[in-house]
Design a protein around this ligand. Structure first.
Ligand code: PMP
Length: 363
């Protein structure tokens, strides 16, 4: 009885719960080092925790379905109007809304090879095709993606920086691309890792919105803000596109704890700065360690990095060898990168434990 095509979808594969995994491995939960989901290893800001505590007094009330306070804070910080913002249960919710607003059965969306997997999944849910354009040096080849657009294309997904490659597109490239995308095709610019990027010619998508009415930018509280468990993200677009997305948005899709914590986290700028500084130090440590081990990797501007296992070694064996020592990383064979493993940047000690475990596996 299922809608046609649903049976052919492959569900997104989340990892096992940590307590269950620890039991299986015969380890204590505290011995597990999880570097598999690009989370903030410092956790959330204490101000966010305090906001959640305060919110427990209102547990019997529905959340503010319009997200008034969070939208106000976001609009101040991002220099946009509240009417331009759509709140999501994680930024993945926004991907779902944009597809439901614009994509029909028989249409298509364009993505890059090695791009974050959710785009194709949501597009196929509504009976659309997903055209994956070959990557260039693991990154998005925007010229080639332009060339793949046809009369049935409704959305092009650009992930900047991309997960799991950590690659990014420069301002000039992105602007040249946006200038050529037909006006009736939406560009969904996924900036889930925006806060981590320092490169001078990395474009801030939100600053481009005035010039490109077909642009939607998504960001999230799951990464630099350390609130992955609460599921809260947002889209910024023209008020017209935001209005359309808000029409398909389920009522109360973001709960009170998420709204309050996201608001407090957004205001605690010092905490985000510290989180990013920790990430920078961890990235330097890991890339030096990979260099010392003679392992190649894809230079990344995110809070994760994909490294290549040595020739003749099976990445899944390295993955299992790490897992046996309690270190969880992410295999990326489903991203057409079977020789790579992705590791999230952890705390200083987590990074060291990971490198020691990796040395052991490769010895
Ligand atoms: N986009 C990218 C590129 C991601 O890597 C992720 C999370 N892995 C998301 C979007 C979704 O994040 P969330 O729904 O937690 O905001």
């Amino acid at each position: 009885l299922a809608v046609e095509g649903v049976r052919s979808l492959r569900p997104y594969q989340p990892g096992k719960p940590i307590d269950e995994l620890a039991r299986e491995l015969g380890l204590n939960e505290s011995d597990i080092v999880k570097l598999a989901s690009n989370e903030n290893p410092m956790g959330p800001s204490p101000a966010a925790l305090e906001a959640i505590r305060r919110e427990t007094a209102e547990l019997h009330r529905y959340p503010d379905g319009a997200g008034f306070v969070l939208k106000k804070t976001l609009s101040d910080k991002l220099n946009v109007r509240s009417e331009q913002i759509t709140l999501g249960n994680g930024s993945s919710d926004i991907l779902d809304f944009i597809v439901r607003v614009f994509v029909n059965d028989g249409d298509n969306v364009v993505v890059s090879q090695h791009a974050f997997a959710i785009y194709g999944l949501v597009a196929r849910t509504v009976g659309a095709d997903c055209i994956a354009v070959p990557a260039k040096d693991f990154g998005h080849d925007l010229e080639a993606m332009l060339g793949a657009i046809n009369e049935r294309t409704r959305i092009v997904f650009v992930t900047n920086p991309n997960n799991p490659t950590g690659t990014w597109n420069h301002r000039d490239e992105l602007i040249a691309f946006l200038n050529k995308v037909p006006e009736n095709v939406i560009v969904l610019l996924d900036e889930a890792y925006f806060e981590y990027v320092h490169e001078a010619d990395y474009p801030n998508g939100i600053e481009l919105l005035d010039q490109y009415p077909n642009l939607v930018v998504t960001r999230t509280f799951s990464k630099a803000y350390g609130l992955a468990s609460l599921r809260v993200g947002y889209g910024v677009s023209s008020p017209e596109l935001a209005d359309l997305m808000n029409r398909v948005r389920p009522p109360f899709n973001v709960d009170s704890f998420a709204l309050a914590a996201a608001n407090a986290a957004m205001l605690d700028e010092e905490y985000v700065r510290e989180s990013i500084a920790l990430n920078d130090r961890g990235m330097n440590y890991l890339t030096s360690a990979f260099d010392n081990l003679g392992l190649s990797y894809i230079p990344s501007v995110g809070n994760f990095i994909s490294f290549r296992v040595p020739d003749g070694v099976d990445a899944m064996e390295v993955y299992s060898g790490l897992l046996k020592q309690g270190v969880i990383v992410r295999p990326v064979a489903n991203y057409e990168m079977p020789e790579y493993l992705r590791v999230s940047i952890g705390t200083e000690s987590e990074n060291e434990i990971f490198i020691r475990a990796l040395q052991k596996v490769l010895a």
